[in-house]
Design a protein around this ligand. Structure first.
Ligand code: CAO
Length: 566
C-alpha cells in the first residue's frame, strides 16, 4: 500500500473557492470518481471527485477553507500499483474535471447593438446535457450584463449562467427541465443591447468566481455584429453585486438531489451549514419537522401573509410545495400542455376534493330484470323501425339510472340540495348531470327536468348531448344547472370508484360495469346481473345512514322499476 495526495484539479476560471461540505472522513473507502468535498463560489457549487479508489487516511481541508487548483484535499491509501501508475506523484487530478472548465476571459471590444442579440450557453467545460433547474427571468424582463438568467445542474455541479449582454428579453429559449450544452441558445435580447464589455480590464475588476457566458452572438446580418466573445466587465459600476440567486437555496447539488427525492422544498429549509448553507442533515431535520407538524405553522403564516389569491403549490393549505422532479433523469419524457377543459375541470375537481368532507358508500343493485327489459325494448323498437315514434333511439341503462335517481332524490330531498352558508337550498327541479368522456377531457352535460321525461326521451337527449360533448359543441347552458350527477363507467369497466362531487351539488352516483354474480336467494345461488354503485356524499349535509338508505332504495327501484309508481 502507498499513500498519495489528492489535490484540487483544474477548476477552470475559479481562483479560490470555499469548501462547504466534507463528504468523506478518515477511514472511509472511496471509489474513483466518488465526490470528496463540495466547493462553492458565488455562482457555482461543485463536487470534487477522487480520481482513485482507496482509503482516506487524513483530511487536509476543513469546512470554510479556501482552496484552488492544486490545494491538498486528503491523503489516500492506495494499492502500490495505483501509486506507481499515477502520472505525477501525489497529484490525483480527476481525469474529467468535475467542474465547469470555464474558458478564460477573452478580450473583446465593448459593442452596442440595437438589434436582437442571441445569448447562448457559454463554455461550461466538460459538462454535457446539463439540466435547467431554475429560470430566473421571463420574456419582457430587462436584464443587466452579468445578471443570472438560469441555473443549470449536472450530477456534480450547479451553476448560474449570467447574461453577457444587457437588454430586454424578447424571447426565452429554454424552460425548466431542458437539457443544454455549450452554444445552445438561451434567450434573444432586444432594445438597446449593451454587449458585455471588454475583458481588457484588469483581473481585479472581474469577479473571479463568476461563471460567465463566453458567447454572445449578434444575429447575423443585424447591425453586422457577429459573435462578440465577452467575459469581464470594463465598467464595474454596471456589475450587479454578486447576485445571490433569487429563490435558489444555498445547497450543493447532492443536497438538492436528496431534497428532490424527498419532495422537500429547499427554499423552506433553514441551512445550518457554513454561511447558512443547507446540508443533508438540514433536509432530514426539515422532513422530520413536517412529519411532526411543526413546519405547517410556518407555511400557514406564509399563506396568511400571501392572502387567498396566492395560488398553487399547496402552500395555501399549509402543505409543502409540489415536488419538482426532473423526470428526464430517469428516462425519455415528452411535455404536453393539458387541454383547456382538463385545466378547468382539474381546478374544480381539486377544490371539490379538498373542500367537501366526502364519503363514498358502495352497494350493488340487481338489474337482471331491468337489463332484460331494456334489451327487449330495444329489440321491439328496432322491429317497429321508422314507423315507431322512437325510431333510431337506443334505450340505455344510464337513462334508467337517471329515472331511478330522480325517484330516490324525491324520497331523500337533501341529496338534491345545495349548501348556502348555514342553510340548505332544496331544489324542486331534477336536472341530472352525466359525466361524458371526451377527447378533450371530462364534460358534464345536463338532462333538464328528468322527472318530466320518459326513458326514450332521456336516452335520445343523452345521446345528442354526449355527441355534442365529444365534438366540443356543448353550450354553457347545456352544462349548467345540475342538481345531482351520475358518472357511469359501465360501458368501460371497473368495479367501484369514488367519484368527486360536482359542487355545489352534494352527492354524485358512480356506476361501474354490471356482472353476473351468484346471489343467494335463500335456497340456492342464482346467477344475477349485479350493478356496482358508488355514492359519494357531502357529510356536512348528509348522514351515513341516509346515504345507505338512498343506495338501498336506488337498488330496490333498479331491481323492480314498478316501485317508481308507488
Ligand atoms: N354495465 C355493463 N355494461 C354497460 C353498462 C353497465 N353499467 N353501462 C353501459 N354498458 C354497455 C352498454 O350495454 C353498451 O354496450 P353495447 O355497445 O354492447 O350495447 C355499452 O356499454 C355502451 O353503453 P351506452 O351506449 O349505453 O353508453 P353509456 O350510456 O354507458 O355511456 C356516456 C354514455 C356518455 C356516459 C359514456 O360514453 C361516457 O362518456 N362514459 C364515461 C363517463 C366518465 O368518464 N366517467 C368518469 C368521470 S370521473 O372521472
Amino acid at each position: 500500500m502507498a499513500i498519495m495526495e489528492v489535490t484540487v484539479p483544474d477548476i477552470g476560471d475559479f481562483d479560490e473557492v470555499t469548501v462547504i461540505e466534507l463528504m468523506v472522513k478518515p477511514g472511509d473507502s472511496v471509489k474513483a470518481e466518488q465526490s470528496l468535498i463540495t466547493v462553492e463560489s458565488d455562482k457555482a457549487s461543485m463536487e470534487i471527485p477522487s480520481s482513485h479508489a482507496g482509503v482516506v487516511k487524513e483530511l487536509k481541508v476543513g469546512l470554510g477553507d479556501k482552496v484552488k487548483k492544486g490545494s491538498l484535499i486528503l491523503m489516500l491509501e492506495v494499492a502500490d500499483e495505483v501509486a506507481a501508475s499515477a502520472p505525477v506523484a501525489a497529484s490525483a487530478v480527476a481525469p474529467a474535471p468535475a467542474v465547469p472548465a470555464v474558458a478564460a476571459a477573452a478580450p473583446a471590444p465593448a459593442v452596442v447593438s440595437s438589434g436582437p442579440v442571441e445569448v447562448r450557453v457559454p463554455d461550461i467545460g466538460d459538462f454535457k446535457d446539463v439540466t435547467v433547474i431554475e429560470v430566473m427571468v421571463k420574456a419582457g424582463d430587462a436584464v443587466k450584463v452579468e445578471q443570472s438568467l438560469i441555473t443549470v445542474e449536472s450530477d456534480k455541479a450547479s451553476m448560474e449562467i449570467p447574461s453577457s449582454a444587457a437588454g430586454v428579453i424578447k424571447e426565452l429559449k429554454v424552460k425548466l427541465g431542458d437539457k443544454v450544452n455549450m452554444g445552445d441558445l438561451l434567450a434573444i435580447l432586444e432594445g438597446s443591447v449593451a454587449l458585455a464589455a471588454t475583458a481588457t480590464a484588469a483581473p481585479a475588476t472581474v469577479r473571479p468566481e463568476s461563471v460567465r457566458p463566453e458567447l454572445v452572438e449578434g444575429v447575423e446580418g443585424v447591425e453586422g455584429h457577429a459573435a462578440a466573445p465577452a467575459a469581464a466587465l470594463a465598467a464595474p459600476a454596471h456589475i450587479p453585486a454578486a447576485t445571490p440567486a433569487p429563490g435558489l437555496p444555498h445547497a450543493s447539488p447532492s443536497v438538492r438531489k436528496f431534497a428532490r427525492e424527498l419532495g422537500v422544498p429547499l427554499n423552506e429549509v433553514k441551512g445550518t451549514g457554513l454561511k447558512g448553507r443547507i446540508t443533508d442533515t438540514d433536509v432530514e431535520a426539515f422532513t422530520r419537522s413536517v412529519m411532526s407538524g411543526a413546519v405547517q405553522t410556518l407555511a400557514i403564516a406564509a399563506q396568511q401573509a400571501a392572502g387567498p389569491a396566492a395560488g398553487g403549490g399547496g402552500s395555501e393549505l399549509g402543505l409543502i410545495p409540489w415536488p419538482k422532479v426532473d423526470f428526464a433523469k430517469f428516462g425519455p419524457v415528452e411535455r404536453k400542455e393539458m387541454s383547456r377543459i382538463k385545466k378547468i375541470s382539474g381546478a374544480n375537481l381539486l377544490r371539490n376534493a379538498i373542500m367537501i368532507p366526502a364519503v363514498t358508500n358502495h352497494d350493488d343493485a340487481d338489474i337482471t330484470d331491468l337489463e332484460a327489459f331494456r334489451v327487449a325494448t330495444n329489440l321491439e323498437n328496432e322491429k317497429t323501425g321508422k314507423a315507431g315514434i322512437h325510431a333510431g333511439v337506443k334505450v340505455t341503462m344510464l337513462a334508467f339510472l337517471i329515472k331511478a335517481c330522480v325517484a330516490a332524490l324525491k324520497k331523500y330531498p337533501e341529496f338534491n340540495s345545495s349548501l348556502d352558508g348555514d342553510a340548505l337550498i332544496y331544489k324542486q327541479y331534477f336536472h341530472i348531470g352525466f359525466a361524458a368522456d371526451t377527447p378533450n377531457g371530462l364534460m358534464v352535460p345536463v338532462i333538464k327536468d328528468a322527472d318530466k321525461k320518459g326513458i326514450f326521451q332521456i336516452s335520445q337527449e343523452m345521446g345528442e348531448l354526449a355527441q355534442k360533448a365529444r365534438d366540443g359543441k356543448l353550450s354553457p347552458a347545456e352544462m349548467s344547472g345540475a342538481s345531482f350527477t351520475i358518472s357511469s363507467l359501465g360501458g368501460i369497466g371497473g368495479r367501484y370508484f369514488t367519484p368527486i362531487i360536482n359542487a355545489p351539488e352534494v352527492a354524485i352516483l358512480g356506476v361501474c360495469r354490471s356482472t353476473i354474480e351468484p346471489v343467494w336467494d335463500g335456497k340456492a345461488f342464482q346467477p344475477r346481473l349485479m350493478l356496482p354503485l358508488s355514492l359519494t356524499w357531502d357529510h356536512r349535509v348528509i348522514d351515513g345512514a341516509a346515504a345507505a338508505r338512498f343506495n338501498v332504495y336506488l337498488g330496490q327501484i333498479l331491481g323492480d322499476f314498478r316501485r317508481v309508481l308507488l
